[in-house]
Design a protein around this ligand. Structure first.
Ligand code: PMP
Length: 390
């Protein structure tokens, strides 16, 4: 008899995970690890450290023994704080709230609780890649709506006629992400209200990922919370406070769904990290993050001003991403994503290919969550690349 232990093989994997590919962004992390002094504009997290008071509060919480589980839904005071803030900003108080392990935790719980096999979910293209993978994992049928600009350099938009065409009695979720990763779009009130009206008409939930809602460079920010009959709103503290590794997110919405999400959280993540919940509660009303957001508005101005007109891009309206079109080449077409990325890499510039977020390979994402000096270096390389391809 062969005494050797049997080796594992990819064939052992459950069907549900076989189609899932590693994120393009992870591959960039690996490239970066092998590079000296890269100009890294691929990063999806703020470049700043959390407020020192918050770090101190976390240390205090741990020393004070706040290291046990919290209630599944998180500290009651934090839930109330979120609901108060949402009501103040959007004029409607969601029925209930729960803290999640980052927005990623909230996304998975939402899809698990709402999607039956073959239920349809409408997702923006381009959009954050996690949506389509998690929706498929939960047996949802993904249908994309196209938010690319309708004219060169135009805004990324929600085309309500397309949403109307796609909405049907099989549509369970219409998904929105504003401010958007990767496009930097903040969808207008008319777009959000119109989309919600259509979702209401076909009986679908609107699931709204608002993780970047603090990074908003337009005056009017509209959330589906205001307009959707049935809305699950997902938000978080990771990006705004500079603590993405602390894994603190939240979900708000009707108790009928959130109660099931809470039960699933009990059986999976259990609760968001306890000492960090206490720390957040301690400083929420004491720290002012507005200077940080003003700094990012300045970075937005810097990149939008410098890239235009060599690159087609609308000025980002929110988040910390821009999604320019690949430059035109001498033949009157556009550079291919692969050749552009390679040329950028040779100059040590890391950006993310548009095809990581889309069925199309016509754009690239750059993050302006970086020091001004890094941004200036990256912009200089991008100017050279536009010349090179033009
Ligand atoms: N949604 C979007 C649009 C994101 O960009 C990210 C993270 N990059 C997430 C959700 C996940 O956030 P978290 O780290 O809170 O899980």
């Amino acid at each position: 008899m062969d005494a050797r232990p049997r080796a594992s093989s990819p064939d052992d994997l459950a069907q549900r995970v076989r189609g899932i590919e590693p994120s393009g962004i992870r591959q960039i992390f690996e490239l970066m690890a092998a590079m000296r002094d890269p100009i890294n504009l691929s990063i999806g997290q703020p470049h700043y450290d959390p407020p020192p008071e918050l770090v101190e509060a976390a240390c205090r919480a741990m020393r004070a023994g706040k290291n046990k589980y919290t209630m599944t839904q998180g500290l009651a005071e934090l839930n109330a704080h979120v609901l108060d803030a949402v009501e103040r900003r959007h004029g409607r108080r969601p029925e209930t709230c729960q803290l999640t392990t980052g927005v990623s935790g909230g996304l998975l719980l939402t899809f698990l609780c709402l999607l039956d096999p073959d239920d349809e979910i409408l997702i923006p293209d381009p959009g954050f890649m996690t949506y389509r993978h998690l929706a498929s994992l939960c047996s949802g049928k993904v249908r994309f709506y196209d938010i690319y600009p309708r004219s060169p350099g135009g805004r990324f938009v929600i085309d309500l006629a397309e949403i109307e065409r796609l909405c049907s009695p099989r549509t369970k979720i219409v998904f929105v992400n504003s401010p958007s990763n990767p496009t930097g779009a903040v969808h207008t009130r008319a777009e959000i209200e119109g989309l919600c009206r259509l979702a209401n008409r076909c009986g679908a939930y609107v699931v709204s990922d608002e993780i970047y809602d603090s990074f908003c460079y337009v005056d009017d920010y509209a959330s589906p919370v205001t307009y959707a009959d049935r809305c699950i709103q997902l938000g978080g503290f990771g990006k705004s406070f500079g603590i993405p590794g602390w894994r603190l997110g939240y979900a708000t919405g009707p108790a009928a769904v959130l109660d099931a999400m809470k039960t699933l959280q009990q059986f999976s993540y259990v609760c968001a990290p306890a000492p960090f919940q206490y720390a957040l509660l301690d400083v929420l009303d004491k720290v002012d993050l507005r200077p940080r957001f003003a700094e990012y508005r300045h970075k937005r101005d810097l990149i939008a001003g410098s890239l235009h007109p060599a690159y087609e891009l609308p000025a980002p309206e929110g988040s910390f991403y821009a999604f320019p079109r690949l430059p035109r080449n001498a033949r009157g077409g556009h550079a291919g994503g692969g050749e552009f990325l390679q040329a950028a890499l040779q100059k040590k510039l890391l950006v993310v290919p548009g095809k990581s977020f889309s069925a199309r390979d016509t754009h690239f994402r750059l993050s302006f969550a970086a020091a001004d000096e890094t941004l200036r270096k990256g912009l200089a390389v991008l100017a050279e690349l536009a010349e090179h391809f033009g």
